[in-house]
Design a protein. Structure first.
Length: 141
């Protein structure tokens, strides 16, 4: 059922891509559309794709350390991300005008099978507890 709905949206957008690209080159979608098939179709059509990720998305840090010199494939990933407890050395912190905090980094998405820019928006709600929302930005090659 869900793949049929996804295919329907892909067909509708790609059929009208020439008209849509004159209006905007960006497709913004909710977490339901953060699927490899939908993302690939949008990028192939020439759109930039911005979407929200589910809170339990399987995301991994990219390994940037020294090579060990041992035989075999070099290490690619450096553990899973936890959006509530970010590795501060990997993410760049930015202050928003409204006082909220934004963290951004290039990470690997297991479901998308690609590196992408992850933006973690930390919203302060006046209480001690903060709300977190994950977004990704992907650009066509």
């Amino acid at each position: 059922m869900t793949t049929d709905v996804c295919r329907r949206y892909i067909r509708r957008i790609t059929r009208r891509k020439n008209d849509l690209l004159t209006l905007s080159t960006v497709v913004v979608a909710d977490a339901w559309f953060t699927k490899k098939s939908f993302t690939d179709a949008m990028l192939k059509s020439g759109f930039h794709f911005i979407s929200r990720f589910r809170d339990d998305a399987n995301l991994k840090y990219l390994y940037t350390g020294e090579l060990t010199g041992k035989p075999g494939r070099p290490k690619k990933y450096d553990g899973k991300t936890n959006h509530r407890n970010l590795t501060k050395s990997t993410f760049k912190r930015m202050e928003a005008q409204d006082g909220n905090v934004i963290y951004t980094a290039i990470i690997y998405s297991v479901s998308m099978k690609r590196n992408l820019r992850l933006v973690n928006l930390e919203l302060t709600n006046g209480k001690k507890k903060n709300n977190y929302t994950l977004f990704s930005r992907q650009t066509p090659k």
